[in-house]
Design a protein around this ligand. Sequence first.
Ligand SMILES: C[S@@+](CC[C@H](N)C(=O)[O-])C[C@H]1O[C@@H](n2cnc3c(N)ncnc32)[C@H](O)[C@@H]1O
Length: 263
Amino acid sequence: MEGERADEIAVNRELWALVNERYTGPAAEALWSRPEMVWGLYDVPERQLGVLGDVDGLDVLELACGTAYCSAWLTRSGARVVAADLSAEQLRTARDLQRRTGPAFPLVQADAEHVPLASGSFDLVVSEHGAAAWCDPERWLAEAARVLRPGGRLVFLTNSLLSALCVPDDEGVATNSLQRGQRAAYHVRWPGGGAEFHPSHGDWIRLLRRFGFSVEALHELYAPPDAPDHPFYEIVTTAWASQWPAEELWVAWRTTAAVTRNG
Ligand SMILES: C[S@@+](CC[C@H](N)C(=O)[O-])C[C@H]1O[C@@H](n2cnc3c(N)ncnc32)[C@H](O)[C@@H]1O
């Protein structure tokens, strides 16, 4: 498994070197300069959900930060942020945006399954369409628990389980019928390349509890019926996402001592 997983991570790294193209230019700059934090494909305002709350003065780690626009907002809101990602290309875009629009914060190239940062050094770990889909939950949750201080919070956004069940193998748009079994969605290797994880809700709760978290909330994000389709994320149409949740936003607290991955 170790070797197989290393191969998958290498494939994902190559994929993100290519996909990074989409994240550069004026669209990326607009995301970086957004005055308020919003969640998901349909921009649900943080002030409506309140999952981050007041981050002023908190030590925050963003895992699989991509171009790090969440970290930019968190930094502007007074947090001390470190942003980590596997992809040198995505981090280069983030560094460019730091220079062009600011603010600056540390960027670390790292695998979220092996985070090269000290234990107990963060109050909040955030991942927005990052570690939850791209990393083995047994590994990245162990790392999130390790780097969080007791009482720290974990907030992550990922594609909904239902969307992962309804997307066909060619990775087109979610259909109105189930395309794979729920067990098969836990670890999907798409024929076009990348490998993703879409645990069931029961799996998430079991794993979060195992790593010392207590679950505060699972927000299911729908599209407003009159919203346009997203300009480049093709995983769902608005028609689909106004009937079923396209994304899931989990909030958990690190309440007890974290166990190790094999513990
Ligand atoms: C959808 S993007 C990140 C979202 C980010 N909020 C953004 O839009 O810029 C997913 C990110 O996960 C990163 N990633 C994939 N596998 C990873 C891993 N094992 N460790 C850390 N980052 C990883 C990719 O490099 C990519 O930047």
